[in-house]
Design a protein around this ligand. Sequence first.
Ligand code: GDP
Length: 529
Amino acid sequence: MSFLSEIQRRRTFGIISHPDAGKTTLTEKLLLFGGAIQEAGAVKSNKIKKGATSDFMEIERQRGISVATSVLAFEYNGIKINILDTPGHKDFAEDTFRTLTAVDSVIVVIDVAKGVEEQTEKLVEVCRMRNIPMLVFINKLDREGKDAFDLLDEVEQKLGLTVCPLSFPIGMGYDFKGIYNLWEKNVNIFTGDPKKDIEDTVEINDLNSPELEKLVGEKHANDLRDNIELVNGIYPEFNKEDYLKGIQQPVFFGSALNNFGVRELLDCFVEIAPKPRPKQSEERLVKPEEKDFSGFVFKIHANMDPNHRNRLAFVKIVSGEFHRNNPYLHVRNGKKMKFSSPNAFFAEKKEIVDVSYPGDIVGLQDSGNFKIGDTLTEGEILNYKGIPSFSPEHFRYINNADPMKSKQLYKGIDQLMDEGVAQLFTLELNGRKVIGTVGALQYEVIQYRLEHEYGAKCTYENLNVHKACWVDPEDTKSEEFKDFKRVKQRFLAKDKSGQLVFLADSMFTLQMTEQKYPNIKFHYTSEFD
Ligand code: GDP
């Protein structure tokens, strides 16, 4: 197969949802369709169970699962599909944000009864800002839930999307009869048998056909006709270009657990979802079809085995072919590197491969050379944008609890930060180190891993910080900036890349500071124009 057809047939995406909406179940059904797994229950949930905060074995177990499910790849009708795992747990939201830099589209799963939930809102916002094409799957139609139109309204209002229903439910919960597929113009009758690979699908080209009454009864037939008329009246027609631009979002209804409506979603997905998209680097826009290889690290996973400290760096290929044993330039440190055993991912397993294509993810063994956001190329200086750090929510001083092991401690902190577990800030005033995280859970993970992987011990001390703001002065030589640095000295720190950060202890302080120093901008993320 030619290089260009390899690119054309790739679809790399992520499934995002609030925990429990059905992401794992949907993933599993998709893999079943692709023949990648044989039975349900094969995909382990990477959910952090309640109470896991105090159970470190559980954390390790979860880490093992999350390595296994980081990338799930399978083939469907000649299309190579790569699903990138996005943890739903809010403490790992940053992992998900970073993974979203490596997807070309997403599927958003929403629980029909719970509607739009908090994590979905946050994740969709990130996708919307980046114009990532999104498909919406409303799940659990076999249960009582919200009215379909109310849900569509909620999706539009809370998520700021412009929806276009491509399927519509007939009944719901105990009275759920099936789904009318506006995309294929047919009715799928719900049998409630999850083992059935193909549901009973009946072509209905004309909704006025009496055939509909025979299938779902008079009341449902009439309701459906009214509903579809409303749908056609209210919502825009499906427009593939708008979907690809991220300004229109097709919606499907179904039940992942019952394998219902999943094939329709998949069939539509492979037809409309984008092939690998061009990516903006600081230097220029890079197209997948370019001959020269380039890619970036979006995730780093430490080895579970403490005796093998190697890590796995996940690289998304943006352009060109990636070949085993070819020398590639690690742009940040200016060194050429060769990889003798790059991993490609399949459903639940990884294998060494000789060549990978744009859209694919390769896993590279790493002894500590990579950090998140690093770019690899054939020699060109390129730096891929779009992996910013966000202001953490929690801040604590980290102290060394075993003076004999300070070297180990600093090495451990350094490597865990490269993996993106948390962010390190070093105070300007006294060099004390502050760890910022998205969730409280990370502090325990860090403490545990420092001890088990690096033989170092740490303690934490509370620190009252509301937000970390990256400081962006108009003029670094101005009196205003000098005054700011002097007055706020106690609250200034450097992040790991040496950027200046203001640790504001309250919203009020931040507002006062912004007023006092109008020519200094304060950003909640590390990347700004
Ligand atoms: P995740 O946290 O988003 O990965 O959610 P899971 O896939 O683990 O699903 C959460 C729970 O919802 C599990 O108990 C599933 O069996 C259940 N579930 C998923 N899909 C459906 C569905 O279509 N109908 C019903 N009734 N339950 C579902």
